[in-house]
Design a protein around this ligand. Structure first.
Ligand code: MN
Length: 232
């Protein structure tokens, strides 16, 4: 046994409906601009050739129902409602046809974003990390195993702030579908159990302030909720 000088990081995990054990999080990949209407509201072109990605630290996981302290360094914290899929078997250089077998479960996620810092990164051709890898910014609902979900496509995806609908779309609006994303990502990474993929957000993103209550859902999956707390 190796001795460590400091406490080791806690393993972050996500509850799975019907399972006593939880899904342990290893990596978090996020797809950018996967809905045409969202790319348009961001003022950018969609790349239909291939998806692109950014990442969040596993320690950014926050359980649905939590309060997120308004993060430091921003005055424009945005919500992004997303379908989340998690990997259940190794996938490296898999075909689109084989990719779906690697999906263990689905859930709802919020990709909370320091939009002002993300925009500054874009403007200066710098990485998005300060905008996207925000502590507590990967908000995840309990997972539903893939066999209980059925074909991804017709399900409604929606988000409300204080009960007012802000995002409302269908999963079929995704430019790159779930199997396509896994097949593409598996060209670059040895995907394995523990890998979480946030699949991008529909149009209607916007800011939240302390005291706001976010709710969201996707047909057939556990809903998600987040309260925004006062800044430190
Ligand atoms: Mn996102």
């Amino acid at each position: 046994m190796t001795d460590y000088l400091f406490d080791t990081p806690k393993v972050q995990s996500i509850p799975v409906k019907g399972e006593a054990a939880e899904y342990p999080v290893h990596r978090i990949f996020c797809v950018g601009r996967n809905y045409a209407a969202h790319a348009a509201e961001m003022g950018v072109e969609v790349d239909r050739e291939a998806p692109f990605y950014f990442t969040k630290s596993p320690q950014a996981v926050l359980a649905s129902g939590s309060t997120l302290t308004y993060p430091p360094g921003t005055s424009n914290l945005h919500y992004e409602m997303e379908l989340v899929m998690v990997i259940g078997k190794p996938a490296f250089r898999v075909s689109v046809d084989d990719a779906a077998e690697a999906i263990y479960a689905y859930g709802c996620g919020l990709d909370m974003t320091r939009r002002d810092l993300q925009q500054a990164g874009k403007d200066k051709r710098r990485p998005w990390d300060l905008g996207k890898d925000v502590e507590g910014s990967a908000v995840l609902s309990p997972l539903t195993t893939a066999g209980k979900v059925g074909q991804i496509g017709p399900q409604r995806i929606h988000l409300e702030v204080n009960g007012e609908i802000k995002q409302d779309a269908r999963l079929s609006d995704m430019i790159h579908g779930v199997a396509e994303v896994i097949a593409d990502l598996s060209k670059f990474y040895h995907l394995a159990p523990g890998d979480v993929i946030m699949t991008g957000t529909p149009a209607g993103v916007g800011p939240v302030v302390a005291g706001d209550k976010i709710t969201g859902g996707i047909d057939g999956l556990d809903p998600i909720a987040l309260t925004i707390g006062a800044p430190e």
